[in-house]
Design a protein around this ligand. Sequence first.
Ligand code: HPA
Length: 242
Amino acid sequence: MLAIIGGSGLAQLPVLDVTHRQVVRTPYGDPSCALTFGKLSGQNVVFIARHGYGHSLAPHEINYRANLWALHNQGAKGVIAIGTVGGIRPDMAPGRLVVPHDIIDYSSGRKHTFFEGPERPVVHAEFTSPYDADLRRRLREAIQRSGISGVHDGVYACTQGPRLESAAEVLKLERDGADIVGMTGMPEAALARELELPYAHLCLVSNWAAGKGHQRKVEFDPAVAAKSVQDMMNTLQSLFSN
Ligand code: HPA
């Protein structure tokens, strides 16, 4: 069974045939919301809305440890994480789907490891390639099968939020080698690695990052968002039917 973590604007998965919901508690506190179990293209899936059902949790308020622990504990064997991002690289325009291959973490103050406290050993999780190669390949192939163009690798920068970045901050991210910017990719990816859960990120570019795309301020186009959500649903259906 694969898990899907839904991001902003994706508190529910219309393509999921829901069988039941389950409230789960963990040693790390409560997950963002109840887990939803169901079938997607005939395959078992467990889904959680990262920001809660009413989008009530800001990126720094999400209990990433409880979410990952709950999914793992319910038998998930891998995670498809969905998130919206700002586009930095010129070909990462709003509307694109991106399956990043690497990550830079600029977040701070989040509970970011399971390995802490007197009872726990010190473990340094291997993180050279944060995302699972096989899940990434399956996502790329599903995007291609769905006839969606312009799939790219990319480096994901995770900022702290909840505010958006300044133009100078985005230039710094670009100099660092980042192609897209979001707020929730970490510590999620690292916690999945600590649990040895294969994890890949399907990112929807919702806007040009601050100062990019010749815009004076960050703008979100609802029509572009609706189209990329549809592209993402098609991708998931194709992924699970293969
Ligand atoms: N910056 C950070 N996070 C985001 C953005 C952005 O421009 N767009 C969507 N999530």
